[in-house]
Design a protein around this ligand. Sequence first.
Ligand code: ZN
Ligand code: ZN
Length: 463
Amino acid sequence: MGVPSLIWPHQPVSRSRSSPASTSLPPASHQPTTIPSMSLSNPATDTQLRLAYDGQMQKHQCICGDNSRHAEHAGRIQSIWSRLHERGLRSQCERIRSRKATLEELQSVHSEKHVLLFGTNPLNRLKLDSRKLAGILSQHVFLMLPCGGVGVDIDTVWNEHHTSAASRIAAGCVTDLALKVAQRELKNGFAVVRPPGHHATHSSPLGFCFFNSVAIAAKQLQQKLSVSKILIVDWDVHHGNGTQEAFYSDPSVLYISLHRYDDGNFFPGSGHPSEVGAGPGEGFNVNVGWTGGLNPPMGDAEYLAAFRAVVMPIAHEFSPDVVLVSAGFDAVEGHPSSLGGYKVTAKCFGFLTRQLMSLAGGKVVMALEGGHDLKAICDASEACVSALLGMEVEPLSQSVLDQKPCENAVLSLQKMASSHWMCSLPELFLKKVAVMGKLVMVLGLKYVLLFENEIKERACLQN
Ligand SMILES: [Zn+2]
Ligand SMILES: [Zn+2]
């Protein structure tokens, strides 16, 4: 949507060689598909966290039936859902009734062709205009995978009977959570959903994603509730190219992504810091694109530095009405290089969640995106849900809080000195940012620490 092609300097980088996540779960075909009944004994109040989950989303799986060949598999959400139960977190939350996003809602982000092709199955296609569909279905968008299954690309499997329903339920769950939180019917929300969404573009699925659930939720907030300022934070290790595209010219949606970039050599290849938005949206697209490979892998110190120096100051300046989080957990330690390779701790994501809760009166909705190591995504989901519940969580150690980010991170953050945002900050801060490059050269890695007190004040980092 209005994204000039010149901002995409690289073709999407294939991740067909991505190693599958190991899993100790039984094969998907043996997994229970029944949905636990909703708790009625604990009526929701506006102070409660709501969870969104539906076992139907487990049915989206490759017809080869071999989870070990597909990193994005049903065991991901099943594991998280079980973990939240084991830790007693589910009993502290209400669960929203799931629904499929309507075709109209899907079309707020995606083309009609895309929606009809991927949002319908053989049964509900019968209800649609057969002439329109005939043209679309005659196009060959599916391919045979090496495993014998069907996909739209080498990573993104298609199940004729279940993918459209699962994708629409994921989008519907995130949308409903967002609408209810925005109206203060709920305090905040966490959506345990799949398939993920942030790579799906206006007219194309990509990287396990068919419908961009978070982008659709943001559009619905605009269209149904006239929400005027929405912040989307995307901390999945991959750049959310689809979400960036959807709001590239829209100043009412601030998109901030933290991702492994490596000069465009990490999937999907987009997300350079110079991609700042276009037209009236210029300055409302912020890419913290880490470069430098795994030398060393980015970890807590680097993500904390990004939040202190970039994310929270800009987010506070923007002052959103609602915060949506594309909560991929593939930056969490435990993922092989091809799927992330970073070393951020689960605990750190709980800490960052608490930071985001200082925005928008705490109206935060998180939606699972990527993350394939089951222990990592369970740990991180548990940390974030605990934070959303306002539970006392184990704090990050002082040594982690004081640790300097690595040199590659500092170089990456230097590129973030975006005049679009810093110009509205106080003069003192502006001057410091203006000389950031010199400071870094003179003082090495200490600039984040130099700014720390001021940023803490501005970003309410009193934890
Ligand atoms: Zn397969
Ligand atoms: Zn990812």
